[in-house]
Design a protein around this ligand. Structure first.
Ligand code: BTN
Length: 241
């Protein structure tokens, strides 16, 4: 793994898109801060100094069919690395890591195609010792009383991610799937599914091996939902607004 470190970037995901294609190496791009940090659904991701912001970049020679599970293995890798440090987090499907009911980290997986080749970019932002007071419902490790070495956390997350990624290629997803299910923030809870400008009350039933969330709508019907265009909220989160 080749790790390139920058003091400042627009966004590690955007930088990753500009790299030459090279399927021989796996890369990580790290930035101390980002001035155009991106979140899901075109949201901004505040990326002040003190946080850990990076993208893991893997170039593949053909388009993989397991892309929607990449966010899930990323979440499992972050969870596992933090757990080893004694920090218990929850995973809010599809892409948030929750600590003490607040958002500690976010994941933005993107991909770009060049013919039959594809670049997978898994972008991770973790609030370590940055000030999150002005970010709604956010937690930082420092703010919750944890002192963590950013470099070793980075190394552990990358290690677990690559391990889960390699196992995904041979359909061995048991550990990753059980981490995301057992530590889910939403499974077996009532959730609000925001979709096409509508809001539906549903029960979060399961997470499938393809990374989709199985929901049972209150008004009837079951559906596997994929992350794109969908926002999940617990009714409690609405009440607090
Ligand atoms: C989200 O919470 O919606 C996802 C946030 C993802 C943030 C990370 S920080 C590193 C990488 N570069 C970005 O611009 N975004 C991701």
């Amino acid at each position: 793994m080749e790790i390139t470190h920058f003091e400042k970037l627009d966004s590690t995901n955007e930088y990753a898109k500009r790299l030459e294609f090279n399927s021989d190496i796996r890369r990580a791009i790290v930035a101390d801060s980002q001035y155009k940090g991106k979140g899901r659904e075109k949201r901004k991701f505040v990326s002040d100094k003190g946080g850990l912001y990076f993208s893991i970049v893997i170039d593949v020679e053909f388009v993989p069919d397991k892309l929607s599970f990449i966010t899930q293995i990323t979440a499992a890798a972050i969870h596992k690395a933090l757990k080893e440090l004694g920090i218990d987090t929850f995973i809010k499907w599809p892409n948030d890591i929750i600590l003490n009911r607040k958002k500690l980290a976010g994941i933005l997986v993107e991909s770009i195609n060049r013919g039959f080749r594809m670049r997978i970019i898994s972008g991770i932002g973790i609030n370590v010792e940055n000030d999150v007071q002005n970010i709604e419902d956010a937690a930082s490790l420092k703010g919750e009383g944890f002192t963590v070495d950013k470099e070793s956390l980075l190394g552990e997350i990358i290690k677990h991610f690559l391990d889960f990624y390699d196992r995904l290629q041979v359909n061995d997803i048991d550990e990753a799937l059980s981490i995301i299910k057992q530590n889910s923030y939403i499974l077996n809870k009532e959730i609000l599914v925001h979709k096409n400008n509508d809001v539906f009350l549903a029960l979060a039933k399961d997470i499938s091996p393809d990374g989709s969330l199985i929901v049972e709508y209150k008004e009837g019907g079951r559906e596997a939902i994929y992350s794109s265009g969908v926002q999940i909220r617990l009714p409690r989160e609405i009440e607090r607004e």
